[in-house]
Design a binder for this molecule. Structure first.
Ligand code: MEV
Length: 445
């Protein structure tokens, strides 16, 4: 049944994707309504310039003076676990959405994206900077562990327990201090269900603090959740079939570089986050927490590495992303901010785990697009082609004029290594006047 629904949706989306990137904004919005991704009210809201209630801003942060508007676009062609998605992305960088959509089209035609989540629990930490007797501390907590869990679930996490979550475990870690003394860290593991869980986890840890102190006679220093959530890890796997062996080899080599060299790993991971952060922003999620978790997880072997890995398997190319992406789809900004609500609706997101899987998939696809470009045409060509396309449209070129203006802009770029909207406007004007000459330039390549 589920597969039939997805199949029908995929057919409908495929039809409506045709020529999507060439449409103007009005036409794009109409297509999104046809796809069922946007409602007529959403379109009204977007056409009105996404007006935001200033009183709402006061609910989010302090010392409010206004809103910061950012472009909101959609990445097309994504099919993740058989389900087609329109991906809302709020981002300031050119090319990310185009590259993601282009890679997703390649995968829609020649591959697949599968995702999984391992584990359910997020992590909270209770630090005891110096314990007098670590072993006595550990055994006391172990004896009373079940009781502490029951109490926390009753007094603080009852709401989570009702929704199928709550505190599941307590673990003790030992850290040797530089001065030779013993530090103890209590890890609290809890399932936050569809919430990101930072607040509830901090409440649980602070609730347990006096209980732990009374039980053990030791002193708690601080309580806070950890963003290195290795107890709940999201995995995306991309398979591309029948890949040109030369291309597959280049991508594998590019990936190896980011596995072996932290300098390259940082940039490669930035490319993965190019696909993840814009979704987090569009859905009102805490991207700093996710970034921190992903970078920390990338260094879990002791060396900072790429969070993704690409390998050839026969004629196929297989990529894996694995890292914590702990998100919320209930509570806070996700349900108060009209664009966050619209973004979740647009994707038909039903749970925090589904959103996490979508982010992992888009991040891995974005990474694939970047390595493919870097190991073939290079980054400038990809960026500039799109830039020229945007400038041509931005200057107002009509269908027949587009290829001529683009060609002339490519020539200017080749000669001067710079290109700007002024160039496009000048070229278009000169084309209409029956003459084409170079104009002044602005943006440095
Ligand atoms: C630019 O935003 C992202 C890339 O640098 C990623 C990468 O190098 O893999 C192209």
């Amino acid at each position: 049944m589920e597969t039939k629904v997805n199949e029908k949706m995929r057919e409908k989306f495929n039809e409506l994707y045709v020529g999507f990137s060439k449409l103007n904004r009005e036409e794009r919005l109409r297509r999104l309504v046809k796809m069922g991704a946007l409602s007529v009210d959403d379109v009204g809201f977007l056409n009105a310039g996404s007006p935001m209630d200033i009183d709402l801003a006061e609910k989010f942060i302090e010392n409010v003076i206004g809103y910061f508007p950012m472009s909101l676009g959609v990445a097309t062609n994504f099919v993740i676990d058989q389900k087609p998605y329109i991906i809302p992305m709020a981002v300031e960088e050119t090319s990310i959405i185009a590259a993601a959509s282009k890679t997703a089209k390649w995968l829609r035609e020649k591959g697949q994206i599968e995702t999984e989540i391992f584990g359910t629990d997020i992590l909270g930490q209770i630090q005891l900077a110096v314990v007098k007797d670590f072993l006595a501390f550990k055994s006391k907590i172990q004896v009373y562990k079940e009781q502490l869990i029951i109490q926390a679930n009753k007094d603080v996490a009852a709401g989570l327990v009702r929704r199928g979550g709550g505190v599941n475990d307590i673990e003790i870690r030992h850290i040797k201090r530089p001065d030779g003394k013993d530090m103890a860290v209590v890890h609290v593991l809890a399932n936050p269900c569809d919430a990101m869980g930072a607040n509830i986890m901090n409440q649980i840890c602070e609730y347990l603090k006096p209980k732990i102190e009374n039980l053990t006679g030791e002193v708690v220093t601080m309580c806070i959740l950890s963003n290195l959530v290795d107890s709940k890890v999201t995995r995306a796997k991309i398979t591309v079939n029948q890949v040109d062996p030369e291309l597959a080899e280049k991508i594998e080599e590019g990936s190896l570089f980011s596995q072996l060299d932290p300098y390259r790993a940082a940039t490669s991971n930035k490319g993965v986050l190019n696909g993840i952060d814009p979704i987090l922003i569009a859905t009102g999620n805490d991207w700093r927490a996710v970034e921190a978790g992903i970078h920390a997880y990338a260094a879990k072997s002791g060396m900072y590495k790429s969070i993704s890995k690409w390998k050839r398997e026969g004629s196929r190319l297989v990529g894996i992303f694995e890292a914590p992406i702990v998100l919320g789809v209930v509570g806070g900004v996700t349900q108060l901010h009209p664009i966050a609500k619209m973004s979740l609706r647009m994707m038909g997101i039903e749970s925090a785990n589904e959103l996490s899987r979508v982010c992992a998939a888009v991040g891995l696809a974005t990474n694939l697009g970047a390595i493919r470009a870097l190991t073939t045409v290079g980054i400038i060509e990809g960026h500039m082609k799109l830039h020229i396309q945007n400038l041509t449209l931005g200057a107002g070129a009509k269908e027949k004029e587009i290829p001529i203006v683009q060609k002339k802009l490519e020539e200017i770029l080749l000669m001067t290594k710079r290109i700007s909207l002024h160039n496009a406007i000048d070229v278009l004007r000169e084309l209409r006047d029956g003459q084409v000459t170079n104009a002044h330039q602005e943006t440095q390549v």
